[in-house]
Design a protein around this ligand. Structure first.
Ligand code: NAD
Ligand code: MG
Length: 398
């Protein structure tokens, strides 16, 4: 029996790595549905190779895609569009596994739909969980969805936790002998830059990560350490642990992908060459294991593993995220929305790198926090925070 996979964001970095793993195990998995946003050439390549039943693109791309599919005699592939199409494939009854790999808030409703349909959901789209927190986790429990982390750190934490940790009581306290989570961070491309140097870095430099090849938005987030801040919030929700029990450790080699400490003095780590195919394969097959092309770690070649505390003065985004998690309610939604707008403005060279965190901080101050009671309030707050962040960017000359 093969399992049918839906990939939300198939043309992106995580989407492509997922397809690479699936291709290697085509006897076990079929690609049932995929979505793309702007890259039609990549989408057509996926259609030729994997023959999905359904593809989803923005409405304005439908006619061009239909023409190109017709030309290639791939017209049996059904085309759906926009958010309704994404939700439809995410909850489709023939789908067993959903890879949530859209970047940003655009992935929230489709990911939530997959969770509510009780799927095995492989979560790469951390912004969806940062925004919706308890609502997403509650929906997973209510609908018996298996929400498995693909983010390399969270996947490493999951691998280092006791086997039944995800189903233990959710109290905010570490359970089953766990005492602390050590969330590792590479430190990004500007780890050793001075504050002055940071203010002059370009989008191109920010997108050149030393260890990982990723989409633009997460690359900038890695450079500001906002990625680690979002991951801190992600870890608190996934593992039901308050931020107080999560320590961020800068580990520039990205060989240890995170650690779990236990009350008896043990520290368990998951290690491997930095390649997202490993956590993707793990989440696809868990509790089984799938072979990947990723070579086993050669410790003699690795030689050195370094650790240091993050510099929260140079990289204030991390602490903004920790404060947002501590404040709770809608604060993480506001943080995420402002960050998405600020990163986009930095990529368009409208603001400086160091102004990203300023925009986030100002927006957090300006938007009223409240209880995140339901998804409509979250979406409304996301919209307001975006408007305020955008206004602040214009005010500072962007
Ligand atoms: P990417 O930019 O390479 O790909 C993003 C995907 O999202 C594309 O397939 C695009 O079609 C789709 N998309 C973009 N905007 C959209 C919109 N408005 N509506 C619908 N679809 C849209 O990004 P990525 O690096 O693959 O990251 C995807 C997610 O995975 C992000 O949330 C990121 O934080 C997370 N993640 C990525 C990595 C990595 O190594 N790349 C690691 C951990 C977590
Ligand atoms: Mg990560």
């Amino acid at each position: 029996m093969t399992q049918a996979v839906c990939i939300l964001g198939a043309t992106g970095s995580i989407g492509q790595s997922t397809l690479k793993v699936l291709e290697q195990h085509s006897e076990q998995y079929t690609v049932f549905a995929v979505s793309a946003y702007s890259r039609l050439d990549e989408l057509l390549e996926i259609c030729r190779k994997f023959h999905p039943k359904i593809v989803v693109v923005p409405n304005e791309k439908v006619s061009e895609l239909q023409q190109r599919l017709n030309q290639e005699k791939l017209n049996q592939i059904e085309i759906l569009s926009d958010e309704t199409g994404l939700i439809e494939i995410a909850k489709h009854p023939d789908v067993d596994i959903v890879m949530a790999a859209i970047v940003g808030a655009a992935g929230l409703l489709p990911t939530l739909a997959a969770v509510k349909a009780g799927k095995r959901v492989l979560l790469a789209n951390k912004e969806a969980l940062v925004m919706s927190g308890d609502i997403m986790m509650q929906a997973a429990r209510e609908h018996n969805a298996l929400l498995l982390p693909v983010d390399s750190e969270h996947n490493a934490i999951f691998q280092s936790l006791p086997h039944d940790y995800l189903t233990t009581e959710r109290t905010g306290q570490p359970q089953l002998g766990v005492s602390r989570i050590l969330l590792t961070a590479s430190g990004g491309p500007f780890l050793n830059h001075s504050l002055e140097q940071l203010s002059g870095v370009t989008p191109q430099q920010a997108c050149k990560h030393p260890n990982w090849s990723m989409g633009q938005k997460i690359s900038v987030d890695s450079a500001t350490l906002m990625n680690k801040g979002l991951e801190l919030i992600e870890a608190c929700h996934l593992f039901s642990i308050s931020e107080h029990f999560v320590t961020v450790v800068v580990h520039p080699q990205s060989i240890i992908h995170s650690m779990v400490q236990y009350v008896d003095g043990s520290t368990l780590a998951q290690m491997g060459n930095p390649d997202m195919c490993t956590p993707i394969a793990h989440a696809l097959a868990w509790p089984k294991r799938l072979k990947t092309h990723v070579p086993a770690l050669d410790l003699f070649a690795t030689a050195q593993l370094d650790f240091q505390a993050p510099d929260e003065v140079k990289f204030p985004a991390l602490n903004l995220a920790r404060q947002a998690m501590r404040a709770g309610g809608l604060a993480p939604t506001i943080l995420n929305a402002a960050n998405e707008i600020a990163v986009a403005a930095f990529l368009q060279q409208r603001i400086r790198f160091t102004q990203i965190a300023q925009v986030v901080e100002q927006t957090l101050d300006a938007v009223q926090n409240a209880k995140a009671e339901n998804i409509d309030i979250i979406l409304h707050t996301d919209m307001i925070a975006r408007q305020i962040a955008e206004k602040y960017i214009v005010d500072i000359g962007g």
